[in-house]
Design a protein around this ligand. Structure first.
Ligand SMILES: [Zn+2]
Length: 1023
């Protein structure tokens, strides 16, 4: 009998199989060329073009103009509505018929008024199935609509993905026709593709690779593309290969379908709504056809958008959620930035998110899901745990530029010791395609081999790509248990984590923050967004405190819970991981700043209403929303004062005090001009010496004469760096920028005395940064104030420059301390190891501190987040000037304040934390009757415990929630005292669910509470 010779030429065999399925070569005779059968033009195609996004019902009533394939539309950000009239030829009976649509832009098919599927070339979604088997009795003629957004998957970047959008891009319809789709060809192609990939990726070392090669070769022998009758024999061969099973020990890959949709980035928020609609409609279509298919979906905000804009789709989603197949994950309002939002903001991300999921779908999420943000706060484990979440999935640390993170599956231990089981999908992607490569990567990259036998593979096109495809599902289906590849199962986050939990005995623990060694520019880029975030966090805090106090004084006061929720949701949305980091296009910046303006204006009126409810009369009182007494110089306006004037006021904690007689400072401020041109400012606490350039030559504590500024150095030194990263312009500042340091020395207007003392001393000066940019600064020393303040204005018109301010201090310590959410942590001031020098630019919140035993210096700020401390120089990052994706990022006028605070003892003993709060939370003036007594609602002792939040309970109008945290890093028993008539106090979690077993004891002095270091405690107070 004749045997076909199979020579030992791996290359020709492999390339033969590749050519057999090539979409470039030999399509006249290969299998690929048979994928589509007959075609038929559309009966009619017409279009309506609009600069606005509009609803289906509005669109279909418009005037449509005839158009044809090959026509171009636009410009960028416009929308085309196509009316597609079609009739399927009679002769296609029994065939699978698709509408084939290839165009630029992102499309959505509408059928009978419902959004049914996305059409995006870049997401491999170019056909819409009209029928899988054309029957006589089904209508052959129909009309569909295609809504086409004139932007690509990643917006419309000019020349590069992250370049500024091209406003004049044109969008072409390349194909719009009916086509017969040969499903059997598609199936056989998938067999071939998987086999060829196995040959290539397993390589010459694996005998399985050769088995795949010979299988594919024999399939080519058996298969005649022109004779579909020959396909089944080839398919049987493939099936035989795929069904040769693994042993029991093989790694298990949990294939979790996903579509990572950035809530705004290279496109505006409004377009994201449609991206969600397109993607999720596609997912529902796949669910109907694939009973095993499940899909994990994050971000409550996006569900809310779809609920509002696609109610029909949303109710289908609800049905599939009930079936456990459309799986809400994450528990947060948006996938927020993991560094910059305050502790309370992060709580609200979970509170709004989890409550939404519970209300709409019946349960809380059990996993936190944040695959794509730029670092993860060390407080997140405790925040998760307090919100019913014990599991965490991300993968962004695979982007580290310097060090390889050592784990894929591990316990992450937070600042307070809380632990969450954490998984980084080893394939380092959240957009896999179901290919052999994805499976092999997932298995090979896993750094916990033998410790964890399960990994996730997240698959599906993100953003405008519309999630997974049928092809991806088919690929996984073939290799569910194929010898030499990991086992694959369609899975959910819950299944994955349950498996990991069940066998976690060998897992390692990582303690502290997950710092991303990349994208460190995002602590500074888009300064106005950062400022909006900080100021609105403060404003919402104050509205809640003032409204609670108003309600406690008078129960008829209506707490603005609904409006506060609206404002919080806007703030939370802007904390999305491409908005608050500043890595978005100008359109998004504009939207974000508008949201902050809405929060400011609505918030101010809510605050006014609450303040007016606190008192009335011709006199003025001062409201302090912070949990300690304050003695500060403020500017009095209104009331009986004709002219605004300074006054020293004293206000009890979370309380009010009426301004009666004027307080005298312990020691008046003096400002002296010396003959050498320097200025000396003194307030009995600090003595500062500045030169005509505003440089701080000396800063000392009066009581001990301890000097804070390093020998022969000056503080408040502005420095400018070249800032040209390798690619990610708005995101990255590279280590080499440090080599380009240039002090800002050109004086525009030399220092002069502004306020000459008494309650306030100040000097002002201006510097020239360049021919384009200037700094004007007022250096302020207030009576009884422990810090020197720098009110700064910058006119900024730079390109690729980075402005910072330096304070070289007389302190030696191997680590500096930075405030984070509900606590602080240390980072090195040296560059011993690669892990140390990779943190050349770090983030912090309201303060950073460098201390040695008995003395230290803190650097406070009111809206900045970027810091660095190298050796003894503390640096605050002020402004960047990236050009992509927003060419005008940060160009314009900026106002911000920072302060320097030398102190005796530790920063805890010296009340640095309180001072940083004071700098950020202004005392507020409220109307009052003259005879009103000073009043304090709450106080806490010891000072280690901070009462951060006072709000109305979500579920009970007659209860307050108070949130406290231990801020020093100590175990303490604290007393929360209150003048309010609290009947009961219950411990509750961050979602405000009370623990029925834990009632807090109310003693005559207050409520006693135990804290471990950095612990967050929430109480439900029943009034
Ligand atoms: Zn993202």
């Amino acid at each position: 009998m004749y045997h076909q010779p199979v020579l030992k030429n791996r290359r020709t065999l492999l390339e033969r199989a590749e050519k057999f399925i090539s979409d470039i070569y030999f399509t006249d005779c290969n299998l690929r060329g048979r994928l589509y059968g007959d075609t038929c033009p559309l009966e009619r195609l017409s279009v309506f073009v609009s600069p606005k996004r509009m609803s289906y019902s509005d669109a279909v009533g418009q005037q449509f103009q005839p158009c044809k394939v090959g026509d171009t539309f636009g410009p960028t950000w416009w929308t085309c509505w196509f009316k597609v009239s079609l009739t399927i030829p009679e002769s296609w009976r029994g065939k699978e018929v698709h509408l084939r649509w290839e165009s630029d832009g992102e499309g959505m098919v509408w059928k009978d008024g419902e959004a049914v599927q996305g059409l995006t070339k870049e997401g491999e979604k170019t056909t819409y199935v009209l029928t899988e088997f054309l029957k006589d009795d089904e209508p052959h003629s129909t009309t569909l609509y295609v809504e086409l957004a004139c932007n690509g998957l990643f917006g419309a970047g000019q020349g590069s993905m992250i370049a500024t959008p091209d406003p004049n891009r044109k969008f072409t319809v390349q194909i719009a026709e009916l086509v017969v789709f040969n499903r059997n060809v598609r199936e056989l192609l998938t067999d071939f593709e998987m086999l060829v990939d196995i040959v290539k990726l397993l390589g010459e070392e694996e005998q399985r690779s050769y088995q795949a090669l010979f299988t594919a070769n024999e399939m080519v022998n058996l298969c005649d593309p022109s004779n579909p009758g020959s396909f089944s024999a080839a398919r049987d061969l493939a099936q035989k290969f795929f069904s040769q099973r693994n042993g029991e020990s093989q790694h298990v890959v949990h294939a979790i379908a996903h579509c990572h949709i950035d809530s705004a980035w290279l496109w505006p928020y409004e377009e994201t709504i449609r991206k969600c609609g397109r993607s999720w409609a596609t997912v529902i279509g796949l669910m109907e056809k694939n009973p095993e298919f499940v899909f994990a979906c994050s971000q409550a905000q996006q569900f809310q958008w779809v609920k509002n804009w696609y109610p029909g789709l949303f109710s289908q989603i609800q049905t599939y959620v009930q079936k456990g197949r459309f799986i809400p994950v994450g528990g947060t309002w948006v996938e927020m930035d993991g560094n910059l939002p305050s502790g309370e903001s992060m709580v609200r991300q979970f509170l709004e998110g989890q409550n939404f999921f519970k209300t709409e779908f019946g349960h809380f999420c059990r996993e936190f899901w944040l695959p794509d943000t730029f670092g993860y706060s060390a407080q997140l484990p405790q925040l998760m745990a307090g919100c019913g979440i014990t599991r965490f999935l991300t993968q962004k640390l695979s982007w580290n530029l310097v060090n390889t993170f050592p784990h894929n599956t591990f316990f992450w231990e937070g600042l307070d010791g809380s632990q969450v089981l954490t998984h980084f999908p080893p394939g380092n992607s959240y957009e896999m395609k179901g290919k052999v490569e994805d499976l092999i990567k997932t298995m090979k990259n896993n750094k916990d081999k033998g410790r964890a036998n399960h990994s996730a593979a997240l698959f599906g096109f993100g953003d405008g790509g519309g999630g997974p495809t049928q092809l991806m599902l088919d690929r996984f289906q073939r290799v569910k248990d194929t010898d030499c590849l990991p086992r694959v199962q369609f899975s959910s986050p819950d299944r994955l984590f349950s498996e990991l939990e069940a066998d976690s005995g060998l897992l390692c623990t990582w303690t502290g923050e997950l710092f991303l060694e990349l994208h460190n520019g995002t602590y500074t880029t888009q300064a106005k967004i950062k400022m909006g975030n900080r100021q609105c966090e403060v404003l919402l805090h104050d509205i809640e405190v003032a409204s609670c106090l108003a309600w406690c004084l008078n129960k008829t006061f209506s707490y603005p819970s609904h409006r506060l929720q609206e404002l919080w949701r806007k703030l939370l949305l802007n904390q999305f991981h491409d908005v608050i980091p500043g890595s978005c296009i100008e359109m998004v910046v504009k939207d974000a700043l508008e949201y902050y303006e809405e929060i400011r204006s609505t918030g101010s009126s809510l605050l006014n209403v609450a303040c007016e409810a606190l008192g009335s009369g011709d006199c003025t009182a001062v409201l302090n929303t912070l949990p300690w007494g304050r003695r500060e110089v403020i500017l009095l306006t209104g009331c009986n004062d004709v002219q605004p004037r300074l006054a020293l006021v004293e206000v009890p904690s979370v309380g009010l005090s009426v301004i009666k007689e004027l307080l005298q400072p312990t020691c008046p401020v003096t400002v002296t001009t010396k003959t050498d041109g320097t200025f000396v400012m003194e307030n009995g606490v600090l003595q500062a010496v500045l030169d005509h350039k505003g440089c701080l030559l000396s800063l000392s504590l009066v009581e001990t004469s301890r000097e804070a500024i390093s020998d022969r150095c000056a503080g408040n030194q502005f420095v400018l760096f070249d800032d040209v990263p390798l690619y990610w312009d708005a995101w990255d500042v590279m280590d080499y920028h440090l080599q380009t340091r240039k002090p800002v020395v050109e004086v525009l207007k030399p220092a002069e005395v502004g306020s000459n003392g008494g309650l306030r001393g100040s000097i002002t000066f201006s510097l020239r940064i360049s021919s384009l940019s200037t700094i004007t600064q007022e250096v302020v020393l207030d009576a009884d104030c422990p810090y020197l303040k720098f009110n700064t204005q910058v006119n900024w018109a730079e390109a690729h420059k980075f402005l910072k301010v330096e304070f070289p201090v007389r302190v030696r310590s191997s680590s500096a301390t930075y405030e984070i959410q509900f606590g602080h942590l240390q980072r090195p001031t040296h560059r011993n190891t690669s892990w140390d020098w990779a943190r050349f630019e770090v983030w912090g919140h309201k303060w950073a501190d460098l201390s040695e035993h008995g003395f230290g210096v803190a650097l406070l700020n009111d809206c900045k987040y970027g810091y660095s401390t190298y050796q003894n120089t503390m640096t605050l990052s002020l402004l960047r000037a990236p050009k992509a994706p927003d060419a005008n990022a940060d160009v314009g006028r900026h106002e911000f304040t920072y302060a320097v605070m030398p102190h005796i003892g530790s920063f805890q003993e010296a009340s640095v934390i309180q001072s940083a709060y004071n700098l950020n939370f202004p005392l507020r003036l409220v109307p009052s009757a003259a005879d009103k007594a000073n009043w304090s609602a709450f106080s806490v002792s010891p000072a280690a415990v901070v009462l951060e939040t006072i709000k109305q309970a979500e579920a009970d109008d007659n209860a307050l929630v108070v949130r406290l945290y231990e801020s020093h890093g100590s175990s303490v028993t604290a007393t929360l005292s209150t003048s309010l008539a609290v009947r009961e106090a219950w411990y509750c979690d961050l979602l405000e669910c009370p623990d029925p077993k834990r009632q807090a004891a109310i003693t005559p002095t207050g409520i006693l509470l135990d804290f471990r270091p950095f612990q967050i405690v929430s109480l439900l107070l029943i009034l």
